[in-house]
Design a protein around this ligand. Sequence first.
Ligand code: Q9C
Ligand code: ZN
Length: 356
Amino acid sequence: MLIFANPDHAAHCGRFEMFRGRQVPCHEVPARLDQVLAELERRRFCAPGGPAALREPLPLERALLERVHAPRYLDFLENAWGEWLALDPANAALDALPSVWPVRGFRSDIAPQNFAARMGLFSFDSGSPLTAGTWRAAWQGAACAASAAQALLGGPTEDRPTATLALTRPPGHHAGPDFFGGYCFINNAAVAAEALLAQGARRVAILDVDYHHGNGTQTIFEARADILTVSLHGDPRTEYPFYLGHADERGTGAGEGFNLNLPLPAGTGFDAWRRALHSGLQRVSDHGADAVIVALGVDTFAGDPISRFGLASQDYLTLGADLAGLGLPLLFTLEGGYAVADMGVNVVNVLEGVMI
Ligand code: Q9C
Ligand code: ZN
């Protein structure tokens, strides 16, 4: 297994998010990824003779990002912090959060000059602060995803790794073609999918096991038949992101039948979750994919502070083994997981389950 760790992840460090009517400290913090690195070290996972090796990402081409995100959205993200500072130098001590959004009937074809109005045009919640280093961290995260794709399918067949991991934050699966939200800015799994196609894959599947529906990924690929999207998540009638993720969303146009949502009630434990996983894996298998992207959130953990499934740490070993059972090249992206102290064990258990 090759692990591409984002060297700049800590440059994205939000102070506050709006949560249940208050400003609270961000759940999506640099320590999450540091815990995974520490656990890899503790278990000598990337030591000589171990099952994995750690790598730096290769430089990213913007053209790949433009296969996933609208140029005007990428321009906005790249320049947002500078615009925020230009409004008031004292903004350097704050994060930028949106507070106004266009709903049905408003126009999205004309991007307002007003910065706050553009923040709202390109986002869907007030939980995802934009900070001084957001663009740099998100860019390098996409570089990790692209590098993981290149390493998975790029080399001679006999040298290819079983799996690769884009070990990055901020996460990506809520970010859509031209919007951020749910702590996500660039959709790393979608970037990986396009990068796998660029490496010669004909069909790709994305299996999203984060607690929350992968709304961004679904929206990016819903009209396509070459990229299957499957998401296992808390029922959007009660769980974030609320407005997408129902079972009747099956893809559109040429993509009809190539999106599968498996919503589960809050409180679901591992046995029922695993039955849904197996139906997702069956659909992935039927797709005839050349490689599978796993959007790996470990906010399905019983101890997660913002989610309501009941997985235990050892269940992540079983998850890894079930994924390996597909017998296909696997590319992991790191998504959610907010029980920071348990994050390392849970993620590395998945990787160990894949490799044994
Ligand atoms: N004010 C991921 O797991 N919580 N994102 C609501 C809105 C948002 C989770 C906060 C949860 C997003 C990648
Ligand atoms: Zn999540």
